[in-house]
Design a binder for this molecule. Structure first.
Ligand code: ADP
Ligand code: MG
Length: 396
């Protein structure tokens, strides 16, 4: 059985016109002898009637806090609506279908509502639908716990649903259809000169995904890598080949940088040592309070790191309790300059800093690993910084 998982994101299923294009991708896959398993996201983005954020905006924050199980039931609706409407479109094209919730598709999770972990994928029902010649259309981003309650698996989770089904069904490929041609050298909404990356390794794309490029969920990359399933990112609106992700290095000429991505809403914190405080235990205390930190630099009398803006109030409350003094810079963006070929090549950091200084952009902090260099800048400078670096490394 040549099973092909095809996942269509929110914008791909948002209008009748686009759903016709989705149907054509499924028809083509069938014509080529594949057995497609379709995964869909909720239709459209925030503001549109059935988008996840729109559904969430209908209930109060205090109700949300106290009722994660109810939130999951609400959030799961967007994808469920999508499955039925997509089945309708496929039906118009004479393709027999069966719409399935995540739970009906066999996706079993733990009970951590709103961010559940997948425990098992039971493929029995999907396999029997495929054997009957029909196309299963599965609601992404959701599963079911052992008590039968609906769960969701975290934002962007439809990519994860597709990867999980791909692995469990031993699919020949997982295709992620979206509103861009594939993975680009930078977010095309930010850098108009961004170009398509045709081939890239799981490891490099993981860095992109993990460091803020929304286009694919990092967990989906991990699952496909672990199961050695080719992952392809394509545009629903055209016939472009897209980005193929596999075990190879990006083939792109000799460029040491593959692309640039970024993450907003970072706060840079500088904590100074003052006697009698819990300074030495600070990182333990932050971990106990589920505040995750990064870009960590430790000096004898100072610790510098960044946290997500959403944790800042919790952080300030803790510092009052612990008598810790600190200063901070809010509205920061963490740029990630990614390239597996930069390892061992001297002068990359120098080039980055020079390119940014030339644009009079202040770099607040840097860090590096074998495949990525990070630069923290103020968010007001982020777009200009990304464009400058994109030009410096001739990615356009
Ligand atoms: P979907 O609804 O199809 O899942 P997403 O919004 O999750 O779509 O992801 C697609 C978006 O990712 C694009 O519209 C683009 O703006 C953004 N994006 C960010 N970084 C990149 C990148 N390096 N390459 C391509 N797209 C990117
Ligand atoms: Mg997405």
């Amino acid at each position: 059985m040549k099973i092909l998982v095809q996942k269509f994101g929110g914008t791909s299923v948002s209008t009748k016109e686009k759903r016709k294009l989705v149907a054509s991708k499924v028809i083509n896959a069938k014509a080529e002898g594949y057995l497609p398993v379709v995964v869909v996201s909720a239709m459209g983005r925030k503001g549109e009637p059935y988008a996840t954020d729109t559904l969430l905006s209908q209930i109060d924050d205090d109700f949300k806090l106290a009722n994660p199980l109810a939130i999951d039931l609400l959030m799961s609706c967007g994808e469920i609506i999508s499955t039925v409407i997509m089945c309708n479109e496929l039906n118009n094209n004479k393709i027999g279908t069966l719409p399935l919730t995540g739970g009906q598709a066999g996706i079993i999770t733990d009970s951590r509502y709103t961010n559940a972990a997948i425990l098992n994928v039971d493929t029995k029902r999907i396999l029997s639908i495929l054997k009957s010649g029909k196309v299963p259309v599965v609601a992404g981003f959701q599963g079911m716990d052992d008590k039968g309650y609906v769960t969701t698996i975290g934002r962007g989770g439809s990519d994860v649903t597709a990867a999980l089904l791909g692995a469990a069904l031993n699919a020949v490929e997982v295709q992620i259809y979206t509103d861009v041609d594939g993975i680009m050298t930078a977010d095309p909404r930010i850098v108009s000169e961004a170009t398509l990356i045709k081939k890239i390794s799981y490891d490099e794309i993981f860095q992109f995904a993990d460091q803020g490029a929304k286009v694919i969920h990092p967990r989906a990359v991990e699952i496909c890598k672990k199961n050695n399933i080719p992952l392809v990112i394509k545009n629903t609106m055209n016939e472009c080949d897209g980005t193929v992700i596999s075990n190879f290095d990006s083939e792109d000429d000799n460029n040491i940088i593959t692309g640039i991505t970024h993450m907003n809403n970072r706060v840079q914190i500088k904590v100074t040592k003052n006697s009698g405080s819990s300074y030495d235990d600070l990182f333990d205390i932050l971990a106990e309070n589920f505040i995750s930190i990064d870009l960590i630099n430790v000096f004898p009398k100072e610790k510098i790191f960044t946290i997500d803006e959403k944790d800042f109030t919790k952080f300030t409350d803790l510092t009052k309790e612990l008598n810790i003094s600190y200063s901070y810079v809010s509205d920061c963006s963490k740029l990630a300059i990614i390239g597996s070929k930069m390892r061992g090549i001297p002068g990359v950091m120098a080039r980055i800093l020079k390119a940014l200084t030339k644009q009079k952009i202040e770099v607040l902090q840097t860090a590096d690993s074998h495949m990525t260099i990070w630069c923290l800048v103020e968010t007001k400078d982020a777009q200009e910084a990304i464009i400058a670096l994109h030009r410096e490394f001739k990615l356009g």
